[in-house]
Each structure stands twice: as structure tokens, then as C-alpha cells.
Design a binder for this molecule. Structure first.
Ligand code: ADP
Length: 490
């Protein structure tokens, strides 16, 4: 609504008065329209937005009270006057009850009219302002309600548990993850919850509630809910009131089972590595101590023997350290691989060439059969060589003297396959199972004296899988073993 030019409708059947009032209002700067009877008055008042309507009480078609009623029902913020020469107490009460702002007794002077209109206009502005504020408040309330429900939905869908506890230890809020993570069957809002919580959380929350703990500090504890199966981390923080007094405690519960599992594997791996490193280091140290001990009088020949053995153990150790570094590199996966087109045929021939001497030492014959032309994949050539060298060197190492190794290169659906089969010592089913575990080595009469780290196959598996490939083993004890590597055709 504008402050200037308020719109006024004059509803009166008396032409002279109607037009006179219109002219008077227009002279005062108002916008004034007229209706010559009640019916027209209603139509105009409802179809346009008038600030003020002046209604004659007595009209031939409809009584002014009826016109007032219709306008007030549909446009409650339009300020209406009843203008009449016959005001009675009853009509005054009735029209005020329906919503008339006031009476203008006829005949009225221009001053009286303008005075009343100005008052009415101020009232109209108040009504509109109230309406605007109410609408804004409703909109804001709607917004808050939808924000609240959005927040609620988000918290409810969190995998982490959220539990809010009030000062008397009752649940003020929780999501369903709390039940799963704390293994609680049932929980209700307003229920005393402390006894249902694991001891460590219970104690921590109680400390806050008894004000034994600084309410500006948060703490977290790790708890085993199902041994070996479910570990959680519970993070407790106090919720302060605006005046800094305590309102309650919020507990955020996370499932940390996977971290725990990784931690366990890591610890096992570290202790395995330490154990594997300790043996050769202790052996070398033992040899050196003997050589250096003046009281032992070790012959030069013996000393040389000890030094050669130490050097072998250290070489093995170096292999192991290099293998470990490869594993850690593969695990971290942070190195951008340089990928180029690798011809598997060339790669296999190079590896055969590289291990030729080893094979010859044991009189082992290597056959390579291939029917494919240009078997090319996109890969890192040194990684492909590493895979093939490991498998082929095992096929030579764990073979019988004068045995055979047969290499086949072929296509199997979407993969190139390289099968390396030996006529060696073979594996029992239980040994085959553990083949790809770090540090696993078969300990038997036949493997005694064959050096190795037990890391080669675990590296091979990691590498093959990094190319979305797979590795399969067939083996029979004392007959031989065949490894088949599948690498996807680009
Ligand atoms: P390493 O050869 O250094 O011991 P690997 O990880 O390459 O380690 O192999 C693990 C173990 O698997 C070997 O120690 C051996 O006992 C067994 N193995 C691997 N390849 C063969 C094979 N071709 N024939 C029989 N046993 C094998």
C-alpha cells in the first residue's frame, strides 16, 4: 500500500451526496470511486483493493450492514465506515460486531469526513503491517520446520550414532545407528539411558553430569562391543547452555571395526617382518663375533667360510628388504605408473633369457609355446617382467634336477593367459592355500637349502590384481605345479 493516494470507495444511492463526497476526497488527494447501490458496492469492493469503504446504511437494494458483512468476510483489512442519518444503538453495536471501523453521521462536514478518513487510513496501515508480519512469521516458521526436518533426516540417515543425554541421564535425542552400534534392543525418548550404555561411556557421561569434568573438554573412548567383530569409538562432548551451564551430553558413536582390523593386520605384519629380519641378522652377527673373538683362534679358512655365509645371508636380507619396499609401494599406490604398450611375447623371451643360466645350472629345459601374434597390453614393463621372473624362477628353483618348464601364451575370453608349468616338487592342498601369504614358505626336506623370502608370490598377486587380472594355481605333490596368470586384453 502506498502512503499517498489511498483508495476510497463511496457506496451511496443518494447521487448528490455520493458525487459530492467523491469530489471532496479527490480534492484532498485521495483516489475515490463510487457505487450507486449495495450490489455494485460489493462487486467493486471485492474486485479491487480499496483502503477505505464508506457505506450508506439505507440503500434500496441491500442494507449497508449486509454490504459491510460481505466486504469484511472477504477483505478483512479493508477499513469500512457506515454513513447514516438514522444511527440507532442496535445498528451501531451490530455493525461494530461485524467489523465496521466507525460511524459517520449524515450530514457531515468536509472536516469531519477528512478527519475520519485520515484516522481510518492510519488504522488501515496498521492492519496491513500486522498482516505482513504475520505472513513473514508463518513463512519463517515453515522454513524452520523444514530445516528441522531436513536436519532430522540427515542425522537419522547417518551411519554414526548420535545420542543426546539430558542432565538427568535421559535420552533427549538418538538415531537408530545408536541401537546397532551399542547393541541396544530398545530405547525411548525420555528414558533413563545411562544403565544401557557400555561402562566406559556411562562413566564418562556421569562425570560430566556430576560436573566432575570440565564442560569445555571432549573425550573419546574405544570399546569392543562384540569381541573381534564390532569395535566402536564413542566421542562424548558436553552441550553447554548459552549461560555456559551444562545442558546435557552428546555422544557420537563410530564403527571402527575396519580400522581395528587393519591395525591388527599391520601389527601382525610388522612382527612378522621383525621376526624374518632378526634371523639373518642374528646369524651374521654370530659369524662376526666368532671371527672377531681372539680367544677362539679360528682358522683363516673357517673365517673365509663364515664371511661367505654372512655375505649370502646379507644378500638374502637385501632381497627381503627390496621385496618389502615393493609391497609397501604397491600398498600405497601413490606412484603414478608409467604405462606403455608391452608385448608379452618379447617380455617372456627376455625373462627366459634372463633366467637361462639358473635353468642350465640345474639342467632344466624351458619350452615356450605360443600361437598368438602381437599379444600387446598397456602396462608397466618392469612390473610384467617382475611377475614373470618370480613365477619362472620358482618353477626352476622348486623343480627337480633335469626337470621341465613349459610356458604357454594364449587367449581365454577377455584375457591373455600365461601358464608356467613345472615338473617339480609340487604342493599339498594345504600348502597351496597359503601360497600367497607374506613370508609363507613350505618347509620340507625338498625345500631345505633353497633360498627365498616368501614374499615373491604375494608381490605377484598384488601386481596382477593391480591390472585387474587374476592368478590361478594347480599343483600335485611330487608331480609339479602350474601357475596361470590372466591379464585383461586392453
Ligand atoms: P620364495 O620363493 O622367495 O620362498 P615365493 O612367495 O615366491 O617365495 O613362494 C612362496 C613359497 O611357495 C615358496 O617358498 C615355495 O615353498 C612355494 N612355491 C612357490 N612356487 C613353487 C613351485 N613352482 N613349486 C613348488 N612350490 C612353490
Amino acid at each position: 500500500m502506498e502512503n499517498i493516494n489511498p483508495k476510497i470507495l463511496v457506496v451511496d444511492d443518494e447521487k448528490g451526496l455520493r458525487l459530492g463526497t467523491q469530489r471532496l476526497l479527490e480534492n484532498e488527494g485521495y483516489f475515490a470511486d463510487t457505487a450507486e447501490n449495495g450490489t455494485e458496492g460489493i462487486v467493486k469492493a471485492l474486485s479491487e483493493d480499496f483502503d477505505i469503504v464508506i457505506i450508506d446504511l439505507r440503500m434500496p437494494d441491500i442494507e449497508g450492514i449486509e454490504v459491510l458483512k460481505k466486504i469484511k468476510e472477504n477483505k478483512p483489512n479493508t477499513v469500512c465506515f457506515i454513513a447514516t442519518a438514522y444511527a440507532s444503538y442496535e445498528t451501531a453495536v451490530e455493525s461494530t460486531r461485524i467489523g465496521a471501523y466507525g460511524y459517520i453521521p449524515k450530514p457531515f462536514t468536509p472536516e469531519e469526513l477528512i478527519y475520519q478518513v485520515e484516522k481510518a487510513f492510519t488504522h488501515r496501515k496498521l492492519l496491513l503491517e500486522t498482516e505482513r508480519l504475520t505472513r513473514e512469521k508463518e513463512e519463517r516458521l515453515l522454513e524452520i520446520a523444514s530445516e528441522k526436518s531436513r536436519l532430522n533426516t540427515i542425522i537419522k540417515s547417518l551411519k554414526s550414532g548420535v545420542l543426546v543425554i539430558n542432565l538427568t541421564g535421559e535420552t533427549a535425542y538418538f538415531n537408530s545407528s545408536v541401537l546397532q552400534l551399542l547393541n541396544i534392543n530398545e530405547l525411548n525418548l525420555g528414558e533413563y539411558v545411562l544403565d544401557k550404555l557400555p561402562n566406559k561411556i556411562n562413566e564418562m557421561v556421569k562425570k560430566y553430569l556430576k560436573l566432575e569434568e570440565d564442560i569445555h573438554k571432549s573425550y573419546s573412548v574405544q570399546i569392543e562391543i562384540y569381541p573381534g567383530e564390532l569395535y566402536i569409538d564413542a566421542y562424548c562432548s558436553p552441550v553447554p547452555n548459552p549461560d555456559n551451564s551444562l545442558a546435557g551430553v552428546v555422544v557420537i558413536i563410530r564403527n571402527i571395526t575396519e580400522y581395528k582390523r587393519i591395525e591388527l593386520v599391520k601389527n601382525q605384519f610388522v612382527s612378522m617382518v621383525a621376526h624374518e629380519l632378526k634371523t639373518p641378522v642374528a646369524a651374521v652377527l654370530g659369524f662376526l663375533k666368532i671371527i672377531l673373538d681372539p680367544n677362539l683362534n679360528v682358522s683363516e679358512e673357517k673365517k673365509t667360510d663364515f664371511l661367505i655365509r654372512s655375505s649370502h645371508r646379507l644378500e638374502d636380507l637385501l632381497h627381503m628388504v627390496n621385496d618389502l619396499l615393493d609391497i609397501s609401494r604397491l600398498e600405497l599406490k601413490n606412484k603414478e605408473k608409467e604405462l606403455i604398450e608391452v608385448n608379452l611375447l618379447d617380455c617372456i623371451n627376455n625373462v627366459i633369457e634372463f633366467l637361462h643360466n639358473e635353468a642350465e645350472k640345474r639342467n632344466i629345459n624351458i619350452n615356450f609355446e605360443n600361437n598368438i601374434k602381437d599379444p600387446v597390453i598397456t602396462a608397466n614393463p618392469s612390473e610384467i617382467s617382475r611377475i614373470l621372473t618370480n613365477i619362472l624362477s620358482n618353477a626352476i628353483k622348486y623343480n627337480k634336477e633335469s626337470g621341465n618348464v613349459t610356458i604357454n601364451l594364449g587367449i581365454n575370453s577377455n584375457y591373455y593367459f600365461i601358464k608356467i608349468a613345472d615338473t617339480g616338487i609340487g604342493l599339498r592342498p594345504a600348502e597351496k592355500e597359503k601360497l600367497f601369504q607374506e613370508f609363507y614358505r613350505v618347509k620340507s626336506e625338498k625345500t631345505r637349502g633353497i633360498s627365498g623370502t616368501g614374499l615373491g608370490l604375494s608381490i605377484v598377486k598384488r601386481l596382477v590384481e593391480s591390472y585387474a587380472g587374476k592368478i590361478e594355481v594347480e599343483s600335485e605333490i611330487d608331480i609339479g605345479t602350474a601357475f596361470t596368470i590372466f591379464l585383461p586384453i586392453n
